[in-house]
Design a protein around this ligand. Structure first.
Ligand code: ARG
Length: 465
């Protein structure tokens, strides 16, 4: 393509260097925005005719031309031209080829700078809506598992050392709380995405009497960018999205780590379905938890994108700079990664089969009700520190005898504290232990059920706008 065929070729005297063409083009990745670019152009054309900048007949050929192009791209019959740099100029040039003179009027009162900023916001808003839907599906899947397991007892851990008995339902609701915050953060981020830059033109606005309100309504934007310089250059909404995505991935990496541990022979707490696992090419006995491992691994790339975007924007003077073209690939990959991970988890979570007997056995080993015994002594009027000391000695005795706490006889226990009575055996059992943690936010089966009800009420109140 010679320089005089380029939409901006007028002031140039020589053709663009072939490598520079390759280096500066974004069509390789921004073609993904075609639908939103076309939507944005249709809204712009309608506005241009409504305020009398272009004629109604020009508007209708532009709109039908763009609709045809949209269909051709859908059908895969369009070829992108690297020499036309980006999605905006590719579509505009196809429009001019198709409808002639009227097509040349579309770019009145706008610039690629406000166009790209608008396209990404429209695109990201749609992607956020899809991700919010997937997150909600996952929350619901976890709630079903939590309900089914509100009285399944397992060890709870601190320092990855078995600490106190908990219910598996309670553990899953901890995951739900993380995800509910992520969901809320994303809804919040969407508000700042849903602001329209179009009308800011290159940086300083336009000399035409445009109707920005009309375009914003047509495109469903909640607000209009207040400052043209900021509107064309701001990408903090992308950084904000990647930062909420990073937090979500951080949470998923924690769940994944637990799933990997729980499927190990050492824990043996859950079974993942064969369709979500893979084998080893050398060790015939292996069944590997690849899906959670990969989710854990993919967290790194999302963090990486967040950091590259922060660095991309650092020190950029106002207003638009070509640097901003580098926002797309990290954003797209963040979106793809998060979406795929959510799809994987939506398949995996409902299919997790807890091995209840193994969990129970693990909760029964390791003196997990020692704190309950200390609390018991406090209720018998001992100061907590003394109670802690006495129970420490009982545990040491039990370890020496190689027996569980509830296998030590009442007479033996009385040697450590005369305050201990027959009633102690109720609290030494793991069922007694979880049943008595019966307060708001606690692990008892009743509290898990109540928490599920509260979460459902919270979900019913969530609105996205
Ligand atoms: N491809 C560009 C981007 O992604 C579009 C805006 C280009 N504007 C310009 N003045 N070169 O940022």
């Amino acid at each position: 393509m010679s320089i005089d065929q380029k939409p901006w070729g007028g002031r140039f005297n020589e053709d663009t260097d072939a490598f520079v063409e390759l280096f500066t083009a974004s069509i390789k990745f921004d073609h993904r925005l075609y639908k939103h670019d076309i939507r944005c152009s249709i809204a712009h054309a309608k506005m241009l005719s409504s305020v009398g900048i272009i004629s109604d007949s020009d508007r209708s050929s532009i709109v039908s031309g763009l609709e045809q192009i949209n269909k051709e791209i859908d059908d895969g019959v369009i070829e992108w031209d690297l020499k036309l740099e980006d999605i905006h100029m590719n579509i505009e040039s196809k429009l001019i080829n198709k409808i002639g003179e009227a097509g040349k009027k579309l770019h009145t009162a706008r610039s690629r700078n406000d166009q790209i900023a608008t396209d990404i916001r429209l695109y990201l808003r749609d992607e956020i809506d899809e991700i919010l839907g997937l997150m909600r599906e996952l929350i619901e899947a976890l709630l079903i598992q939590a309900k089914d397991n509100c009285d399944t007892i397992m060890p709870g851990y601190t320092h990855l050392q078995a600490a106190q008995p908990i219910t598996f339902g309670h553990h899953l609701l901890a995951w739900v709380e993380m995800l509910l915050r992520d969901h809320e953060r994303l809804i919040n981020c969407r508000k700042r995405v849903n602001v329209m830059p179009l009308g800011s033109a290159a940086l300083a606005g336009t000399t035409f009497n445009i109707d920005r309100k009309m375009v914003a309504e047509e495109l469903g934007f909640q607000a209009i960018g207040e400052n043209s310089l900021d509107s064309v250059s701001d990408r903090d909404f992308i950084i904000e999205f990647c930062s909420t995505a990073s937090l979500t991935m951080m949470h998923f990496s924690r769940w994944s780590e637990e799933l990997v541990l729980w499927t190990s022979q050492q824990f043996n707490f859950v079974d993942l379905p064969d369709r979500f696992s893979t084998g080893s090419s050398i060790m015939p006995q292996k069944k590997n938890p690849d899906v959670p491992e990969l989710i854990r691994g993919k967290t790194g790339r999302v963090y990486g994108h967040l950091l590259s975007l922060l660095t991309l924007m650092k020190s950029q003077p106002l207003a638009y700079n070509k640097d901003n073209q580098e926002d797309k690939e990290p954003l797209f990959d963040c979106i793809d990664t998060l979406r795929n991970v959510l799809i994987a988890l939506n398949g995996l979570i409902p299919a997790i089969e807890p091995k209840k007997e193994n969990m129970r056995k693990a909760a029964n080993a390791g003196y997990l009700t020692a704190t309950d015994l200390a609390d018991y002594l406090v209720r018998k009027d001992l100061p907590f520190r003394d109670a802690h000391e006495i129970v420490g000695k009982i545990v040491a005795y039990a370890i020496e005898k190689n027996s569980a706490l509830d296998e030590i006889s009442l007479d033996e226990l009385k040697n450590f504290s005369p305050a201990i009575e027959q009633s102690v055996f109720e609290i030494l059992s793991i069922d007694g232990s979880v049943a008595t943690r019966d307060h708001f936010g606690g692990t008892s089966p009743g509290q898990v059920k109540a928490a599920i009800d509260r979460i459902n009420e919270r979900l019913a109140r969530v609105t996205v706008d």
